[in-house]
Design a protein around this ligand. Structure first.
Ligand SMILES: [Zn+2]
Length: 258
């Protein structure tokens, strides 16, 4: 079994970024069959709305992880679209020139339906990046100014049908989020977030088909034994399982893995 983890934070809260720590993370991953990780950066270390210098610091640290082990890590550039078009494009361009960057990570700087998201969409188009948007049902957590409800992430994908978008956190978006994503072929869902919920993975495959669900763990926030168990414990065919754990992300990000 080979796994690609589309949602990881090798460096979190300033920890994990030394060469020895990164090696240890890779050894941990390999023990679980994870052959490749997408590194999303230390995204909340400076709060919800980082400035340009803070973004650069976060992205530099993430770039270093990818540079240390380019075979094991793909990096996403972390952006804050509220900083405007010029700042967003400049940081995306800077990171696009570094090895290993294939996408954009968006967190809680703004709601995904905000008009500033056009800057993120422009960066995605210009540099052929996939966007991974943190998403969570806001019916409980409120704070919709920062948090993106699945409705908001789906609206962003609907407005930008030529941009590939990953709605993060299957457990966080829930059954309702799956139905929001259903009609949008450019919208993918990652399986991270919270404890596994019985039937949810099967429900996602039933409604999205087997090609738009991507294994993600949110490592080190969540443990791989649980996040992988969520997939292995679901009633899926061997082909569907292989697609979710490996094939879909390899295809989406055009990863050439040996
Ligand atoms: Zn995350």
């Amino acid at each position: 079994m080979r796994i690609i983890d589309v949602h990881t934070h090798p460096v979190l809260d300033h920890k994990g970024g030394t060469p020895a720590e990164v090696k240890k993370l890779i050894a941990h991953g390999r023990r679980h069959g994870i052959v490749h990780m997408v590194a999303l950066g230390d995204v909340l270390v400076y709060g919800a709305t980082p400035n340009a210098a803070q973004l650069r610091a976060i992205n530099d640290e993430n770039a270093m992880v990818a540079r240390l082990h380019p075979d094991y890590f793909t990096a996403f550039v972390y952006l804050n679209p509220r900083l405007g078009e010029r700042a967003t494009m400049a940081e995306a361009e800077r990171c696009a020139a570094l090895p290993g960057f294939r996408g954009i990570k968006l967190e809680i700087a703004n709601n995904a339906s905000h008009s500033c998201m056009r800057h993120a969409a422009k960066a995605a188009r210009t540099f052929n990046f996939t966007i991974l948007q943190h998403s969570w049902s806001t019916t409980n957590i409120k704070d919709r100014i920062h948090q993106s409800d699945p409705v908001d992430t789906a609206l962003f994908a609907r407005r930008n049908p030529d941009v590939k978008v990953i709605m993060a956190h299957l457990t966080g978006i829930g059954f309702r989020g799956v139905l929001e994503a259903k009609p949008l072929p450019n919208l993918y869902v990652d399986t991270s977030g919270g404890w596994p919920e019985e039937g949810l993975v099967e429900y996602a495959v039933e409604h999205l088909g087997p090609d738009r669900l991507l294994y993600g763990s949110d490592l080190p926030v969540r443990e791989n034994a649980i996040t992988i168990g969520r997939i292995l414990g679901a009633q899926l065919s061997a082909v569907e399982r292989q697609k979710i754990l490996f094939g879909n992300t390899a295809r989406l990000l055009n990863l050439k893995l040996n």
